[in-house]
Design a protein around this ligand. Sequence first.
Ligand code: NAD
Length: 253
Amino acid sequence: MANENKKPLALVTGGTRGIGAAIALKLAQDGFDLVINCLNDDELAQEISQQSIAACQSAGADVYALAWDVSDYAACEAAVEKITADRGNVDVLVNNAGITKDGLMLRMKPEQFQQVLNVNLNSAFYMSKLCAKGMTRQRSGKIINISSVAGVYGNAGQANYASSKAGLIGLTKTISKELGSRGITANAVAPGFIDTAMTQALPEKVVEAAKQGISLRRFGTVEDIAGVVAFLASPAADYITGQVLVVDGGLAM
Ligand code: NAD
């Protein structure tokens, strides 16, 4: 990467818990310094966030933990300016922050649709656009967007979420075409059912039924996703761009 005397810098949005925290830890273990984002200072102060940050530090990473709302363009702009001034260019951007607000399309309120689009999709456009400036200058960088199988296949009850995750795939492929000539890659990872707070909210019956539709008969772990993201962030994936890696244990949709 560009700065030869310093470790490459990875930024993980929503990186204090769940899949994001596992990605941050794996990248720390792989020799990255980190910017870890979450929504606000209250969440940053929570024990789970502090434990995630401490784990990355124990793995040898310099960790810059910063809370801002990634669905707010002005906040993203201020954050990227601060990060660039304090730590230099971002080498690897992982757009991981995401929310669900499920409901059947006929009953879904426009605000409910828009809010999920703002957090899951607009944020990735904002962060990619802002971080790509530095990546373009150094002529290297990797953007990894956390999509979902819901964006690949659609999912009843998730018109907002599936649209946002499908949009991320279009964004990823477009970035790969626009920025490939500058040495920047863009790829998406589409997880299936992963055991996190997001899926722990599902009723037991739904979980059991879902497992029957998975070839490996289990939900994925956060480490299953983190390993794939770390691969895409590594030099081993230098010639991969514009791809969607589905990591779902063989899910029948
Ligand atoms: P999670 O709810 O445990 O964590 C989400 C993180 O995003 C939190 O740290 C939260 O603070 C952060 N976040 C939410 N809104 C934010 C905002 N406006 N600004 C900044 N940060 C914000 O979720 P998870 O299960 O770890 O999921 C992580 C990603 O993986 C999401 O994009 C999700 O859609 C995707 N995903 C999850 C699953 C799954 O089964 N868990 C499956 C497919 C895709």
